[in-house]
Unconditional design. Sequence first.
Length: 334
Amino acid sequence: MINLITGGAGFIGGHLADYLLGQGQEVIVLDDLSTGSFDNIAPLVGRKGFTYYVGRVEDEALLERALSACDRVYHLAAAVGVRLIIDDPVRTIETNINAAQAVFGQAVKFGKPVLVASSSEVYGKSEDLPFSETDDVVYGPTSRARWSYAYSKAIDEFLLISYARTKGLQGVVARLFNTVGPRQTALYGMVIPRFVEQAMSGGPITVYGSGEKERCFAHVLDVAPALVRLMDCRRAYGQVVNVGNDDIISIEALAERVRSLVNPDAEITHISYEEAYGAGFEDLGSRQPDLSRLRELIGYAPAHSLDDIIRDVESHTRTSGTTGHTVHDGAPGN
Ligand code: UDP
């Protein structure tokens, strides 16, 4: 089986490529290295069955070359991070929508199945936990750039479902919740790599707001195989499926957990959202996936706990050094 992974030099894409190669499958990565990093695929270069192209998904000829050579497509290429979205909303919207359109169009032409990575951001400001795939969603106004990410991901989902209904595309939407693990950069503000690096460098660990907001964190080593099993599951085609972990924890409790595992001497401080993200930023409420559909489709049972995630991020950071970027108050948002 030959797998094309767009965005394969990203954090999740790199782990997915690694997992597939480990299963004896072949992998072609297509990535423009904008938010992805060569470091994520460097260990794979030279491995049997691994090929990569540096370029954009919107480059029609390149996409056609890669897509016609594969059996299935994992479309993971997307704009990452709320800071980028606020700074460059045009790029977010265009990258997310144009790339999906290009991939789905060619996947229909060549008859290749697609898994597209979406995001729990699609649930917007909903407060009705846990979030189910058929729930209503609530978004902020279009005058706030941060919502362009949720809207553009929702359009990707509409596109896949519509291509499936009307053009015969075989494909599934994986709505990813917080996914964490080794090699995730703290550069885009993701909370666990930030907290671990902060604790390792003596603190303080910076909790935004009161720390009451809750999240569920999945280990990327659970998520990557789940994506492959979803792709293998024909019953999933045409559907949206939540992917993640459903153990819920407040950000304050997370900070305490990181402190107790990584550095009991680190201080925990609270800083306002305004200080962290700038005036007018709207943080989201708590988030937890309803995983019934995922369990029913692939019998999903995550093997890694939150403590495993924290320990793995810590040991990776220790062996590779930090991301090389100072993690301080007001650093880039997620
Ligand atoms: N967060 C925090 N301190 C940080 C980075 C993030 O308190 O240094 C909070 C953030 O405001 C959010 C939660 O941690 O409520 C999860 O943030 P992340 O960016 O990892 O993911 P997302 O908000 O996309 O779920």
